[in-house]
Design a protein around this ligand. Structure first.
Ligand code: GLY
Length: 348
């Protein structure tokens, strides 16, 4: 951002803040040298595809969905789409949402069974209904009507992992007795192997238009019907065409509780860089995580959450509670980079 642009942006931000409302930022419209995309670490190919598609003139939201579809189709990625780890009954339930900057519209599906590309179904919800979120059987019937083919999403690999989990189920199920939120909750959480994957992808076209998408099989071995942050607009995914994109992966419950995606975008609207906006979200998770079962011996969150952002000027950033890597693609091609993180080591 040039100094002049930055000054006018900050002045607008300050005026908005003084008025007690979010500012409408005024990023100067300048053409980017190339489209850009950011994603979770499993999205290296996805960001490359998204950037390629935007270079061909695709709208960012469509490019984002094209990118994540490759990960949804991959039976080896057990956090998304085909081969995603199932719920505690062995049924794969997928969540996804998309958001389109230029129109300000969004679409989402949650607890969708038997359809491997929920992000594509979310696009149809956005384009063919007046709604934002369809769930469960309704989402499945909607997908069927639009020609999506049903299939068993449980692969041999994910079925074996589920059976293995079930054999040890008494120690690791997802029910929480009320007293586990108290003093002795930590002992219980030590045995709770929190496993989430997910892909978020935020995309910016050369003209500054933005779009974003998040898709997941959610928390492994979850209680049937559990919905995480990924299909919730403003939580696992958000964008504002005057600002940029924000999204998250990791423990969805933590992201929901701080409205992570919209928080990141709001931080950028107030003048933070994409990386600093994501760091603010990570700090907010750390500050608001209070119950003992969710904390490690040092009082830090005992789980990982990662945040991703792009701004309208093509700047990319990402930050997490714990160390790790994310994927990005710009004029220099697809690559991984280290998260800015609150704590130096990877999550235990
Ligand atoms: N962030 C993915 C989930 O918690 O479902």
């Amino acid at each position: 951002m040039t100094d002049v642009t930055r000054r006018s942006f900050l002045a607008t931000a300050a005026a908005g803040a003084a008025a007690g409302s979010l500012p409408a930022p005024t990023f100067a419209i300048r053409r980017l040298r190339a489209p850009v995309a950011v994603a979770s670490g499993n999205g290296l190919q996805a960001v490359q595809i998204a950037v390629q598609r935007m270079g061909e003139g695709w709208r960012p939201v469509d490019a984002a969905v094209a990118g994540v579809s490759v990960v949804e189709d991959d039976p080896e990625d057990d956090s998304v789409g085909l081969g995603g780890l199932p719920n505690e009954e062995g049924v794969v339930e997928l969540d996804a949402c998309v958001m389109d900057g230029p129109s300000g519209l969004a679409g989402a599906v949650a607890a969708l069974q038997n359809i491997k590309n929920p992000a594509q179904v979310a696009l149809k919800v956005m384009r063919h209904t007046d709604h934002v979120l369809l769930v469960g059987e309704g989402a499945l019937r909607f997908a069927r009507a639009y020609g999506f083919v049903e299939q068993n999403l449980l692969t041999e690999r994910s079925r074996k992992k589920w059976l293995e989990w079930r054999e040890r189920r008494s120690a690791v199920d997802k029910w929480v007795a009320p007293d586990e939120n108290g003093e002795h909750g930590r002992e219980w959480f030590d045995q709770y192997k929190h496993k989430t994957g997910t892909i978020h992808l935020g995309a910016v076209a050369p003209n500054g238009d933005v779009g974003s998408c998040t898709t997941t099989s959610g928390l492994a071995f979850k209680i049937p019907g559990r919905v995480g942050d990924s299909p919730l607009i403003g939580c696992g995914n958000y964008c504002d065409n005057e600002v940029g994109t924000g999204g998250a992966t990791g423990r969805g419950e933590a992201c929901i509780l701080i409205n992570g995606g919209s928080f990141v975008v709001q931080q950028m609207a107030l003048g933070k860089s994409p990386t600093d906006a994501c760091l603010e979200a990570a700090k907010r998770v750390a500050r608001t995580t209070k119950v003992r079962r969710l904390l490690d011996a040092k009082g830090r969150p005992a789980f990982q959450v990662q945040f991703y952002a792009t701004d309208k000027n093509g700047r990319i950033g990402a930050a997490a509670l714990y160390a790790g890597r994310y994927a990005l693609c710009d004029e220099n091609g697809p690559r991984h980079a280290d998260f800015a993180s609150l704590y130096d080591e990877p999550v235990k």
